[in-house]
Design a protein around this ligand. Structure first.
Ligand SMILES: [Zn+2]
Length: 371
């Protein structure tokens, strides 16, 4: 099994299709080329390569938003996240949980187990089960390789047939740029629904009330009403896609009998003391100067996408396929209603190192009445 080349060029196929006369010999060649593309779908990245890619993407996200330099907050988020990751399909990935220094409400999953949640999201959540809902959703984006699949399906990165990732920093940078665009602009509808569905199962398995993610989406709808009234984001006011997600999860909780009940609100509110900032009040940056490092600098004339990014409910039409590089977001503002996507971030991108052992997680679960 070829576990090295994760993406291969399909340009050759397109040229062959465009130029070949309809002779039997040429059709045979085209058939061969198409077969190669079919096989490409089965090619996988190693976990080590994925982690390397995720570290690059995380670096871009942290450069954009900065990191809250608070050990206790990071430890807490890591405990909740690790408890969830342990019951996921990829417990052995080097999971890292990062709290971003911005009042915008958002979360970002990068490949390899790098989960980011904003200070603004934490400020607006009310219970540990809501946090578990959000983290569970993001964890599924990683375990089910949504970013990598989007790059593959969208044919967003081309490389030579014999090219490999190992030691190829130019190729890794190219991949990281594409992955960052996808993570920043949000995933497709199918990926979002899958993350909702599997994420609440993770939360329920650990003992959290599976309604946490619904609580989060309800909070977003509420939070953005004022902004919508100011007509900056009217599209979002009754965002049917967010409502659809809430309905789907509500049905799933009943039909799959997800009956866990722990919300662990007191521990949440005693640990997380950030003050929420209304959507319309979130400080924003001018286009082209987003973040301390200008990591997501956008041309001023580019129309902004409204509505929410992947975390928050902007499902794309088209049944879950990332249709093109354009659809996956070429630098357009992602993120929250109103101006969350353009929110100001902090200036320190350094990771806050915390260690979370298996016994730490066990003690944490016990204290919270979890399973
Ligand atoms: Zn998502």
């Amino acid at each position: 099994m070829n576990r090295r080349a994760i993406v291969t060029t399909v340009l050759g196929v397109a040229l062959a299709l465009a130029t070949a006369p309809a002779g039997a010999e040429q059709l045979g060649k085209i058939g061969g080329a198409l077969k190669k593309v079919q096989q490409f779908k089965d090619v996988e990245m190693t976990d080590a390569e994925e982690t390397q890619l995720g570290a690059e993407v995380s670096q871009r996200i942290r450069a954009r938003y900065g990191v809250v330099q608070n050990q206790a907050v990071h430890k807490y988020v890591a405990l909740v996240g690790t408890a969830l990751a342990q019951v996921s399909s990829r417990p052995g990935l080097g999971w890292k949980f990062v709290v971003l220094d911005t009042d915008a409400v958002n979360a970002f999953a990068a490949p390899g187990g790098f989960i980011h949640i904003t200070k603004g999201a934490l400020a607006n959540l009310k219970t540990e089960s809501e946090l578990a809902g959000v983290l569970g959703h993001e964890i599924i984006h990683v375990t089910d390789k949504h970013t990598i699949r989007a790059i593959q399906k969208g044919k967003l990165v081309q490389m030579g047939a014999d090219e490999t990732l190992a030691g190829n920093s130019a190729l890794m940078n190219k991949l990281a740029d594409k992955a960052y665009e996808i993570v920043d602009s949000g995933f497709g509808r199918g990926d979002e629904l899958e993350s909702d569905e599997k994420g609440i199962v993770l939360a329920n398995t650990v003992g959290y009330a599976p309604t946490g993610m619904i609580g989060f989406l309800d909070m977003l709808l509420e939070r953005n009403k004022a902004t919508a009234a100011a007509s900056r984001n009217g599209l979002f006011a009754s965002h049917p896609e967010t409502k659809e997600r809430v309905e789907k999860m509500t049905k799933q909780i009943a039909s799959a009998k997800l009956t866990s009940t722990a919300t662990v609100a007191p521990r949440y509110t005693s640990t997380i003391t950030f003050k929420p900032v209304a959507a319309a009040e979130v400080a924003t940056v001018e286009a082209g100067s987003a973040g301390a490092a200008g990591a997501t600098a956008k041309p001023a004339q580019e129309p902004k996408k409204k509505g929410l990014g992947g975390l928050a409910g902007r499902l794309r039409p088209g049944g879950g396929e990332q249709k093109s590089a354009q659809v996956t977001g070429s630098g357009a503002a992602r993120g929250g209603a109103g101006e969350d996507g353009n929110a100001v971030g902090g200036s320190n991108p350094a990771l806050v190192a915390v260690s979370v052992s298996a016994s730490d997680v066990a003690a944490f679960k016990k204290a919270g009445g979890l399973k």
